[in-house]
Write a protein that binds this ligand. Structure first.
Ligand code: FCB
Length: 460
C-alpha cells in the first residue's frame, strides 16, 4: 500500500469526545484455569483439530492476568480517556450459574481501580464471546435459559463494579456469535445450523434488553448499550442480482439487529428468506429488545462487497488490504455512520473498535508501522467527516492495545499498537502507539486551551 502519510488535522474534537483503546478478556488474559476460572467455549473450541490456524489457544495469550500492573502502566502512558475491556464470565462465575469466584471478581476490581487511579474511564463489556462452557452444554445461546443467566451475570457485575464503570456494554458483535459461531461454525461454539444461529441471535438481542432493564431497575449509573459489527454492504456490480444479494446481506448484518433494537421488529425480507429458520419469538421479546439504550457502539473494519455469484474476491476491489485481507476503506465508516443516523433514531454513537493487522517487523527494538498509523488516522478523519455532517459521535477506540489472540487466526495476525513478544511477554510500543499518544496529547492541550479561553471570556 502506498505509504502516503494521512495526517489528522489538528483542529480539535469536542472536549468531551472520548478517546480509547480496546481489548477483550479471552484475547489477552491467559490464566485460563488460574484462581478458579472455569472453561469457556473458546477454551474448548481451540482444542478442536483445525479450529485455529496456528493450533494455538488462550491458555497464556498476553498473560495480562498476571501482568495487569504493567499493562495499566502502558494505558496510563498512552494518555487515553477510556479503556474498553471485557469481563470473562467463566472467570467470575465459572459454571455460568451457581457459585461466584471471589478471586476472579477481585481481578476486575483491581483493573477498574487501577484505571480510575490513572484517570481512565472503564468501559466494561459483559459478553465478548467467551461463554462459560457449562452453559453451552445445556444449549448455550440457543437456550432461553442462558438469557436469564446472562441477566444474573450483568447484575452481579453491577453489584461489584457498577459504581465505578463509565459504561456497560451487554454484547460485543452478536452477528459474529450467531453467524460465525452457529451458522458457518468458524468460531466457537462451532455449530453449523442456520436455525440454531437465528435462535441464538434472537436470544442475544432479548437478553441485551432484559439486562438493560434489570440494570436500570438497580439504579445503574453507567451508560448502557450494545456493540454491533457493521459495514456498508455494496453490490459487486450494478446487476439486479448483485443488488438483491447485497440488500439481503445488509438485512442479515445490519437491519436484523438495528431494526428490532429501534422498535421496528425483524426485517420482513430477511424473515421471508429464512423461512422455517426464523427464530421463535415469545410475547414480550420484541418489546424487551427495543428497550432504549444510552449509546450504540459500532465496530468498523471494512466494507462488505457482495456478488450473487459467490464470495467477493477482495483483490478485485483494487483497494489496499490489511493482513486480514480486509479492504482499507475509511470512507465506508463515514457512509455507515451517516446511514445509521439517517435511518434510525440512534442515541450517541461510539466507534468501539477500529484498527488493522499489518505485517509488523520489530527491528532493534523499534516497530515502524506506518500503515497502521495511516489506517487509524484516516478512520479518525472519517469519524470527523460524519460529525461535520451532524452525526452524534461521542468516542473512538482503537482495536487494540496489545497484539493478541485473533480468534480463528491465532497469534499470526497482529492488531496491537503495542507489540507483544509471546515468548518473553515483552511489550514494545509501536510507532502507532507513540503517534496515538502524541495525538491525544494535542487533543488534550486543545481542551485545556479552550477551557482557559472560556474562563477569560466569562471574566472569571
Ligand atoms: C472484532 C472483534 C475483536 C477483534 C477484531 C479484529 O470482530 O470484536 O475481538 O478480533 O474483530
Amino acid at each position: 500500500m502506498p505509504n502516503t502519510h494521512h495526517p489528522v488535522p489538528d483542529s480539535p474534537f469536542p472536549p468531551d469526545f472520548v478517546w480509547g483503546v480496546a481489548t477483550s478478556a479471552f484475547q489477552i488474559e491467559g490464566a485460563a484455569s488460574a484462581d478458579g476460572k472455569g472453561p469457556s467455549i473458546w477454551d474448548h473450541f481451540c482444542r478442536l483439530p483445525g479450529a485455529v490456524a496456528d493450533a494455538s489457544n488462550g491458555d497464556t495469550a498476553c498473560d495480562h492476568y498476571h501482568r495487569l500492573q504493567e499493562d495499566l502502566g502502558l494505558l496510563g502512558d498512552l494518555g487515553a480517556d477510556a479503556y474498553r475491556f471485557s469481563v470473562s464470565w467463566p472467570r467470575v462465575r465459572p459454571g455460568g450459574r451457581g457459585a461466584w469466584n471471589a478471586k476472579g471478581l477481585d481481578f476486575y476490581e483491581r483493573l477498574v481501580d487501577g484505571l480510575l487511579s490513572r484517570g481512565i474511564q472503564p468501559y466494561l463489556t459483559l459478553n465478548h464471546w467467551d461463554l462459560p462452557l457449562e452453559l453451552q452444554v445445556s444449549g448455550g445461546w440457543a437456550n432461553r435459559d442462558t438469557m436469564h443467566r446472562f441477566v444474573e451475570y450483568a447484575l452481579g457485575m453491577h453489584a461489584r463494579l457498577g459504581d465505578r464503570v463509565a459504561s456497560i456494554c451487554t454484547h460485543n458483535e452478536p452477528w459474529v456469535i450467531a453467524t460465525l459461531g452457529h451458522e458457518t461454525g468458524i468460531f466457537a461454539p462451532g455449530i453449523q445450523d442456520r436455525e440454531i444461529a437465528m435462535q441464538a441471535a434472537h436470544h442475544l438481542l432479548v437478553s441485551h434488553g432484559l439486562a438493560v432493564q434489570a440494570l436500570r431497575k438497580e439504579g445503574c449509573r453507567a451508560k448502557l448499550g450494545i456493540v454491533l459489527n457493521l459495514a456498508p454492504v455494496q453490490p459487486a456490480t450494478d446487476s439486479p442480482e448483485d443488488s438483491q444479494s447485497a440488500w439481503l446481506e445488509d438485512g442479515r448484518l445490519l437491519r436484523w439487529y438495528m431494526d428490532p433494537l429501534f422498535g421496528r421488529g425483524y426485517p420482513q425480507d430477511v424473515l421471508s428468506h429464512l423461512g422455517g429458520d426464523a427464530p421463535r419469538v415469545e410475547p414480550g421479546d420484541m418489546e424487551a429488545i427495543a428497550t432504549p439504550m444510552d449509546y450504540l457502539g459500532v465496530n468498523y473494519y471494512s466494507r462488505s462487497v457482495v456478488s450473487a455469484e459467490g464470495p467477493w474476491d477482495t483483490l478485485r476491489g483494487g483497494l489496499p488490504l490489511t493482513e486480514m485481507g480486509w479492504e482499507i476503506y475509511p470512507e465506508g465508516l463515514t457512509q455507515l455512520l451517516l446511514r445509521l443516523h439517517r435511518d434510525y433514531p440512534v442515541p450517541p454513537m461510539y466507534v468501539t473498535e477500529n484498527g488493522g493487522a499489518f505485517k509488523d517487523e520489530l527491528v532493534a527494538g523499534r516497530l515502524h508501522d506506518a500503515e497502521r498509523v495511516n489506517y487509524i488516522a484516516a478512520h479518525i478523519e472519517a469519524v470527523r467527516n460524519a460529525m461535520k455532517q451532524g452525526v452524534p459521535m461521542e468516542g473512538y477506540m482503537v482495536w487494540s492495545l496489545l497484539d493478541n489472540f485473533e480468534w480463528a487466526s491465532g497469534y499470526a495476525k497482529r492488531f496491537g499498537i503495542v507489540h507483544v513478544d509471546y515468548a518473553t511477554q515483552r511489550r514494545t510500543l509501536k510507532d502507532s502507539a507513540r503517534w496515538f499518544a502524541a495525538f491525544l496529547k494535542r487533543q488534550k492541550a486543545a481542551r485545556t486551551h479552550r477551557a482557559a479561553q472560556a474562563v477569560e471570556t466569562l471574566g472569571v
